[in-house]
Ligand binder design. Structure first.
Ligand code: ARG
Length: 456
């Protein structure tokens, strides 16, 4: 039976009930709803609605209910209740009789659902912070293992300049650190308690909302009842933070899919995280990485979904907002499993150093070095750039790297070139030059890693 039957003389249609009920989605808020209800029982006791004995009985029954159904969602779902709030209230009444009917005094499902969802966001957010930390740790471990493997760095997917593999790893550490700080920031803003703002206008009982907020682990109560019951910024922020983080995961996945391709052959992925083809026996496909890349799409979809749902909603609560949870739950589940999966992929990843080095040596990735060499000999950079372009054209025509030209041949392009040019064209020299802060010179990468390991 619905909680609100008195005003109605007819039952809901079956279709309406199917359409309107949110239990199949919001059953996941069982713990938050019960924890919130326990706090609410305490708050209405303070204002004289319940005696202490009644409060104790209600809180006991709520705790019992949690133990009974927490790990058995099928019991909740089988109840046919409209939503998780109705389920908890109905179950409570079934346990303690008429006393259970007092719990909803001064409360609305509007401040209740807002409270449940914020509690859930805080809990999930903390879990995601752990998982982001785990991925960062996996990247740092990979950096330690493969720091000085040399590979080509790319722009426009064209070999550009050699970089250390550890430098590539630490690039993603930077991204995931930003994700961590963004999530921490969102969680700070989600840390205000909606309970005690009623349906929209505030509760009619003179309760201490500061104490109530504190009892639920929030740092403060919210300050405006109209805003409180219609605010889903925390949902949007989590979906947004997840989208940005999934974009990072997807870029990392894409890099690794390319590194793993037969054409590049830079890395070997562990059997544990790859799969075969049902037809082609030679295949070892990077499915884990492709799914990370793929799931990014649905996370973006949920962000756009909730933004669009909230757009133009008049104050205060509207039922449209019930659509917030399905997307949010999916976003947080997808983000979590992708973070875990990415960490597992990285932990078993091996770099094929001969292939990365060979690729770094090909493709004229030392051209900038030659230009810098000419600059050191007094040639203006723009002119040096032009000269090296001509050298590269000749090298391509001869199908050989720049350093295979004899000194006399190189001097036909620029007289200032001396025999010291060969040292400067080596991969080691290319890397070693990039020693300013943030560059790929090995001492830089090592000290960047040391800083990250210290912070852990
Ligand atoms: N199931 C609803 C939701 O998720 C709970 C709030 C219902 N409030 C109401 N006035 N109908 O948003």
């Amino acid at each position: 039976m619905a909680l609100w039957g008195g005003r109605f003389s007819q039952e809901s249609s079956a279709l309406f009930k199917l359409f309107n009920d949110s239990l199949p989605v919001d059953y996941r808020l069982i713990e938050e709803d019960i924890v919130g209800s326990i706090a609410w029982a305490g708050a209405i006791t303070q204002v004289g609605i319940l005696t202490q004995t009644e409060c104790d009985a209600l809180q006991q029954a709520l705790n019992d209910l949690l133990l009974e159904v927490k790990d058995q969602p099928e019991l909740i779902l089988a109840s046919g209740a409209e939503d998780i709030h109705s389920f908890v209230e109905q179950s409570l009444i079934a346990k303690v009789g008429d006393l259970g009917k007092k719990l909803h005094t001064g409360r609305s499902r509007n401040d209740q659902v807002a409270t449940d969802l914020k509690l859930w966001c805080k809990k999930e957010g903390e879990q995601l912070l752990q998982l982001l930390g785990g991925l960062k740790a996996a990247l740092l471990a990979l950096t330690e293992r493969e720091l000085d493997a040399v590979m080509p760095g790319y722009t426009h997917l064209q070999r550009a300049q050699p970089v250390a593999f550890g430098h590539w790893c630490l690039a993603y550490v930077e991204m995931f650190e930003r994700d961590i700080s963004r999530l921490e920031d969102a969680l700070k803003r989600a840390d205000t308690c909606p309970l005690g703002t009623g349906a929209l206008a505030g509760t009619a009982y003179p309760m201490d909302r500061h104490a109530l907020a504190q009892s639920l682990g929030f740092s403060a109560p919210t300050l405006n009842s109209l805003d409180t019951v219609s605010d889903r910024d925390h949902v949007i922020e989590l979906c947004s933070d997840a989208s940005i983080s999934m974009m990072h995961l997807s870029r990392m996945a894409e890099d690794l899919i390319f590194f793993n391709s037969g054409e590049a052959g830079f890395i070997e992925l562990d059997d544990q995280v790859t799969s075969g083809s049902s037809l082609m026996p030679q295949k070892k496909n990077p499915d884990a990485l492709e799914l990370i890349r793929g799931k990014t799409g649905r996370v973006y979809g949920s962000l756009v979904g909730i933004l669009t749902t909230m757009k133009a909603l008049p104050l205060a609560y509207n039922k449209d907002m019930q659509e917030d949870k399905e997307g949010l739950f999916d976003v947080m589940d997808s983000w979590a499993i992708c973070l875990e999966m990415a960490a597992l992929v990285l932990s078993g990843l091996k770099v094929n150093r001969e292939n990365t080095l060979r690729a770094a040596q090909q493709g004229y990735a030392n051209s900038t070095e030659l230009a810098d060499y000419l600059v050191a000999k007094g040639m203006p950079f723009r002119e040096a750039h032009h000269v090296v372009g001509e050298v590269v054209v000749a090298a391509i025509a001869d199908k050989k790297p720049i350093e295979d030209f004899a000194l006399e041949q190189l001097q036909t392009f620029a007289k200032v070139i001396g025999s010291d040019v060969y040292q400067c064209l080596t991969i080691d020299s290319c890397l070693a030059k990039r020693e300013a802060l943030g560059g790929t010179a090995l001492p830089q990468v090592k000290s960047a890693l040391a800083v990250k390991l210290q912070q852990k």
